[in-house]
Design a protein around this ligand. Structure first.
Ligand SMILES: *[C@@H]1O[C@H](CO)[C@@H](O)[C@H](O)[C@H]1NC(C)=O
Ligand SMILES: *[C@@H]1O[C@H](CO)[C@@H](O)[C@H](O)[C@H]1NC(C)=O
Ligand SMILES: *[C@@H]1O[C@H](CO)[C@@H](O)[C@H](O)[C@H]1NC(C)=O
Ligand SMILES: *[C@@H]1O[C@H](CO)[C@@H](O)[C@H](O)[C@H]1NC(C)=O
Length: 180
C-alpha cells in the first residue's frame, strides 16, 4: 500500500510520467469493462421462488413425458463447447430468447396452467438481461446457439417438445451462468 501511495504521488509530481500513463490506461480499461459485464447478471433471488421453480419443473416434466427422442440433448456440454466461462450468461440469454420466442409462445395454449406462469417468469429474466452484451469474439456462442436452433427446427414439433422438456435445464444453466 505504501508503495502504491508513493507511486501515485510520483505520478502527481510527474516524475514517472510514462508508467503513470500505462497505469491509468489499464485502470480505465478495467473500469470500462466492469459495467459491461455487470449487465450479464441476474440476482440470486430470481432463482429462489419455490412456487415458480415448482411450476417450471412440472412443465418440463410433463413435456418430457411426451418426448420420446432420448438421443438428443439441447442444453448440455456441447452448448458451451469452446465458449469462455465469462460468456456463458450471454449464451444462455440467447438460448432463453430463442426458447421464449420460437418455442414457448407458439405453444402458449398448451401445457396449461403452467405455461403462462412460466413464460412470464422467463420473460422477466429475459428483460433483466436486455442490456447484456459481449464485446469481441462471440463466434463460438453464435455457432453453438445456431446449432441448438437448427436441431430444434429439424426435429419439428418434437424439437419444441424437447426444448420444453429441458426447461429445468434452462433454469439451472441460467442460474449457473448468470449469478456472478
Ligand atoms: C438482489 O435481491 C436482494 C433481495 O431481494 C436485494 O436485496 C439486492 O439488492 C438485489 N441485488 C441486485 C443486484 O439487484
Ligand atoms: C410441486 O409442489 C407440489 C405441491 O404443491 C409437490 O407435490 C410437487 O412434488 C412439487 N414438484 C416439484 C417438481 O417440485
Ligand atoms: C414419438 O411419439 C409420437 C406419438 O406420441 C410418434 O408420432 C413419433 O413417431 C414418436 N417418435 C419417435 C422418434 O419415436
Ligand atoms: C429477443 O431478442 C430480440 C433481439 O435482441 C429482442 O428484440 C426481443 O425483445 C427479445 N425477446 C425476448 C422475449 O426477450
Amino acid at each position: 500500500m505504501a508503495t502504491l501511495q508513493k507511486f501515485l504521488s510520483s505520478c502527481l509530481l510527474g516524475t514517472l510520467a510514462a508508467s503513470c500513463l500505462l497505469l491509468v490506461a489499464l485502470w480505465v480499461q478495467g473500469g470500462a469493462a466492469a459495467p459491461l459485464g455487470s449487465h450479464c447478471r441476474l440476482n440470486e433471488s430470481d432463482f429462489q421462488q419455490p412456487y415458480i421453480i415448482n411450476r417450471t419443473f412440472k412443465l418440463a416434466d410433463e413435456a418430457s413425458l411426451a418426448d420420446n427422442n432420448t438421443d438428443v440433448r439441447l442444453i448440455g456440454e456441447k452448448l458451451f463447447h469452446g465458449v469462455n466461462v465469462r460468456q456463458h450468461c450471454y449464451l444462455m440469454k440467447q438460448v432463453l430468447n430463442f426458447t421464449l420466442e420460437e418455442v414457448l409462445l407458439p405453444y402458449s395454449d398448451r401445457f396449461q396452467p403452467y405455461m403462462q406462469e412460466v413464460v412470464s417468469f422467463l420473460a422477466g429474466l429475459s428483460n433483466k438481461l436486455s442490456q447484456c452484451h459481449i464485446e469481441g469474439d462471440d463466434q463460438h456462442v453464435q455457432k453453438n446457439v445456431q446449432n441448438l436452433k437448427d436441431t430444434v427446427k429439424k426435429l419439428g414439433e418434437s424439437g419444441d417438445i424437447k426444448a420444453i422438456g429441458e426447461l429445468n435445464l434452462l433454469f439451472m444453466q441460467l442460474k449457473n451462468a448468470c449469478i456472478g
